[in-house]
Design a protein around this ligand. Sequence first.
Ligand SMILES: Cc1ncc(C[n+]2csc(CCO)c2C)c(N)n1
Length: 224
Amino acid sequence: MSAPDYGRAFALWRAAAPAWRDYTHHAFVEGLGRGDLPRARFLHYLRQDYVFLIHFARAWALAAAKADTLAELQAASATVQALAHVEMPLHVQICADAGIDAAMLEATEEAPANLAYTRYVLEAGYSGDFLDLMAALAPCVLGYGEIGARLAGRGGAYADWIATYGGAEYQALCRDVGALIDAALLHRLGPGWAGLPRFARLTQRFATATRLEVGFWQMGLDGA
Ligand SMILES: Cc1ncc(C[n+]2csc(CCO)c2C)c(N)n1
């Protein structure tokens, strides 16, 4: 199956990231698709993901601080809003249903793979600009979109998870983020952005964040 179209930069970044396939076809992902991923592994992942999303929301807030246009400010602030008021409460609810209450969730000790990934993304934002943040954030947002699109329609124990990311709403969000990234590149670097050394460095950021996503799935599978 061909990859969904999330814009030009994403297509270039994806093709240049050696770990992209390991990320989008990881054993954890295949277990979600078949529905046979052990529930304990999924809940372990979800607890870590709750902590991940706190830092991920902070990174999008940093993107709002580094926005250069109204469209960038709107996209970044809307993502912070959605994370804090929709995605994270959903994690809290799923964990509560599984007997992990809010206090336990808050007390989750960050796994090293989680620390590595989130602090890498935040550091991209602290030391870089809006483009550095987008390159570091893109594998997360668009990778889940690609995984959701591929697994869409599968039933099983994780059908809800698949429907969230494979659904029309999330797929539209991925196309919007892809367009936001292409526009941000054009705005800052001009029409020749794809040929610039700066773009090659952004490609490296994307590839590194992709490796860190592989590490996150593996942490979920290993339970450590
Ligand atoms: C490790 C890890 N990577 C990616 C995502 C996916 N994700 C994080 S925030 C968000 C909404 C849009 O920004 C999406 C899809 C995740 N949950 N956990």
